[in-house]
Design a binder for this molecule. Structure first.
Ligand code: FAD
Length: 468
């Protein structure tokens, strides 16, 4: 059984005393920032202000060895460790913890002859996309270039090309990681294979990843973009029937949007319910255009941005907003999106429905995203066919209604859902989160490997798996 706090000999002292002890021990070794300082605020800021992070201390190590110092000394002082790259994702509450900010671990080397990149934990997808593009290469990234590479990969990663190029973490060749015992290790298919298994999909439960080695793909351009229409009903039905028959070069998602009239939102899309069909095609553009033709013809279009684009413009396919906005998110997996389910979806979220979400997104999975990787990993739900994700404004006046609305949508779609969730899309934390996301064998193995490499339970993320 795990003790409630990590280092057994110091758990009798209060949290502030332990944190003070840790800060003193790190003084002169690793930059640390106390609450109330601008650095503390900046390095612990969450992109979703509805989920503020208030760590007792922030450490900003500049090298992997400094990360090891922080984790080892945190363990010795009975302080748990969280980790943050960009603040885009979710995190367990950090109130009594030291937050390791990885922003200083920002090295990036692209090795074109090997088709690989060595990426520090503080690097965002935008940098890898831009550097790889100089050689006609590309990383298999997510929809938003501002998301952190490592934080994203720890959850597997289903991007705009997931159905064509697979789950992003399938391209991870090696990880450098500081485990909860404060030791810097290298995980590959042959070195520390249990870590290599669990760091791909296990969401940081097994260590603070300091760098990854990533395989790049030869993809200088794409045929991609989005089709926008106000005819939600017709487009949703046509898309749900069309997507399962797509060839392997195509990946697609759909989003029903209620965009506010704000600067940057095109007039044609603001203040009304619209639908966007996102399309990404890796083959010959003419062939891609004929595959997309039925969707182009199904309803009048407000916007059509699908064209040949440099891979470096991949973020424009989804056009995810970058500014910090307080949001409520929900996620579920669908087994089936046949006529009955798509009819229900339109009733629930289409025009005329009481839908309180700004975005209801359905990603078509399957294809290469369903393929098991050559070396097994902890990424769950590979057999899922569709992912549904909702985003609503979490302002004090709206958050309850938005949450209730997300529950209404989930309840009504229950006949078509399947258990499980994608780690990067499932909100929440703790054991309840892990139970929603992972099947029991994966959870139990993550807990077992965590106990081996982190006997005192120093890493916060591990506690979603290691219940007393
Ligand atoms: C606009 C937007 C678009 C997105 N699009 C996609 C998408 O297309 N596909 C997809 O799969 N996901 C997507 N996501 C989800 C995203 O992948 C996760 O939120 C991811 O965790 C973000 O990682 P981060 O490092 O940027 O965030 P952070 O908030 O910094 O980190 C989130 C969590 O990741 C883990 N983590 C971060 N760094 C490390 C590290 N060095 N070592 C160990 N664990 C670490 C920790 O558990 C941490 O709490 C999107 C998110 C946003 C906000």
């Amino acid at each position: 059984m795990d003790l409630p706090h990590p280092a057994r000999e110091v758990t009798s002292t209060s949290v502030p005393t332990r944190v003070d002890g840790l800060a003193d021990a790190l003084d002169g070794l690793v930059p640390v920032h106390r609450p109330g300082t601008p650095e503390h605020a900046a390095l612990s800021a969450a992109v979703n202000p509805a989920r503020p992070r208030r760590p007792a201390l922030v450490a900003a190590p500049r090298t992997p060895q400094e990360v090891a110092h922080v984790v080892r000394l945190a363990g010795e002082h009975g302080v748990r460790v969280g980790v943050q790259g960009t603040g885009h994702g979710r995190s367990a509450p950090l109130d009594d913890a030291v937050l390791v900010s990885t922003v200083e671990l920002d090295h990036l080397t692209v090795l074109p002859a090997l088709g690989r990149a060595h990426v520090g934990a503080g690097v965002r997808w935008a940098q890898v996309v831009a550097d790889a593009a100089r050689y006609g290469l590309a990383p298999v990234c997510g929809s938003a270039p501002s998301v952190g590479v490592v934080g994203y990969l720890t959850g597997g990663g289903h991007g705009p090309l997931a159905r064509t190029l697979g789950v992003s973490s399938d391209r991870v060749l090696a990880l450098d990681v500081v485990t909860g015992d404060g030791v810097l290790r290298r995980a590959t298919p042959v070195e520390e294979p249990d870590l290599f298994w669990g760091l791909r999909g296990g969401r940081g439960a097994l260590g603070v990843v300091v760098a990854v080695e990533l395989e790049l793909v030869d993809q200088p351009t794409l045929y991609g973009g989005a089709l926008w229409s106000a005819d939600v009903e017709r487009v949703v039905h046509a898309w749900a029937a069309w997507a399962p028959g797509l060839p392997a070069q195509a990946s697609t998602s759909l989003a029903v949007m209620r965009l506010p009239a704000l600067p940057g939102v095109p007039e044609a899309l603001a203040g009304r319910t619209t639908v966007a069909v996102r399309f990404a095609w890796t083959g010959d553009p003419e062939a891609g255009a004929s595959v997309l033709a039925p969707l182009r013809a199904v309803a009048p279009l407000l916007e059509d941005t699908v064209a040949v684009m440099p891979y470096a413009a991949i973020g424009s396919i989804h056009g995810d907003p970058d500014a910090p906005v307080p949001v409520h998110e929900s996620h579920l997996l669908l087994e089936d999106l046949g006529p009955e389910a798509s009819e229900r979806l339109v009733e629930l979220v289409g025009p005329g429905s009481p839908c309180a979400q700004v975005v209801v997104e359905v990603r078509h999975l399957g294809g290469a995203a369903s393929r098991q990787p050559t070396v097994p990993d902890a990424v769950p739900s590979r057999a899922a066919a569709w992912s549904l994700f909702t985003v609503g404004m979490a302002l004090p006046a709206t958050v309850d209604a938005v949450a209730a609305d997300a529950a209404r949508i989930a309840a009504a779609l229950a006949p078509w859902t399947r258990p499980g969730g994608l780690p990067n899309f499932t909100p929440g934390d703790g054991p309840g989160w892990a139970e929603r996301v992972y099947p029991p064998p994966t959870r139990h193995r993550l807990a077992e490997v965590s106990r081996r490499y982190d006997p005192d339970g120093v890493l916060l993320a591990a506690h979603a798996f290691r219940t007393p």
